[in-house]
Design a protein around this ligand. Structure first.
Ligand code: AMP
Length: 185
């Protein structure tokens, strides 16, 4: 099962990805985590992406797509994967489609975890991550609207998008996610 988790920071994607991993045994690939890891390890990619992450700006498509494709080639992705934070732009959608097609694979479902803005802001505030200051939160919201909303629309027109209510306990939200997935994959 190849799943994309979609939602703004604070929507609970990390928690739900963990639940999906436990249930299906497929890895959680969070581009934000991969990029932060590269940055902390000081690799050349890490050094290249650091200014973007610090400013809350999107990393150039080619860099992030390269990283994801490399990860998707790993052995543990054969039975499926959970992508979190990718694709975030239409060129990234294109890159993913091309790579999956080459492997005879496809995206099975894009799950959008919907949480009202006031709650998202409260959650992000209490998370206290270094790149969570007001400026970067604003920047991310602008990019989300301009670049990531079209990704959501694209998956919706292809009937791949499921919108799930992200309020309630993590178990409740997970139940809704499971119900939204194709039943026999
Ligand atoms: P996240 O943890 O998903 O909020 O990502 C943290 C930061 O990593 C973002 O603010 C971007 O700078 C970068 N990032 C993560 N995923 C992507 C992506 N798909 N495309 C571009 N930049 C990304």
């Amino acid at each position: 099962m190849n799943i994309i988790l979609f939602g703004q920071p604070g929507a609970g994607k990390g928690t739900q990805a963990k639940n999906l991993w436990k249930k299906f045994g497929i890895p959680h690939i969070a581009t934000g985590d991969l990029l932060r890891e590269a940055m902390n390890e000081g690799t050349s990619l890490g050094q290249e992406v650091a200014p973007y992450l610090e400013a809350g700006r999107l990393v150039p498509d080619a860099l992030v797509s390269g990283l994801v494709m490399e990860r998707l080639n790993s052995e543990d992705c054969h039975a499926g994967f959970i992508l979190d934070g990718y694709p975030r732009t239409l060129p990234q959608v294109e890159a993913l489609e091309t790579a999956l097609k080459e492997k005879g694979k496809k995206v099975d479902k894009v799950v959008f975890i919907e949480v009202p803005l006031e709650i998202l802001l409260q959650r992000v505030e209490s998370r206290g991550r270094a790149d969570d200051n007001l400026e970067t939160v604003k920047r991310r919201r602008i990019d989300y609207k301009n670049l990531t909303e079209p990704v959501k629309k694209d998956y919706a027109t292809r009937n791949l998008l499921a919108t799930v209510d992200g309020l309630g306990t993590t178990e409740e939200v997970f139940g809704r996610i499971l119900a939204s997935l194709p039943q026999n994959s």
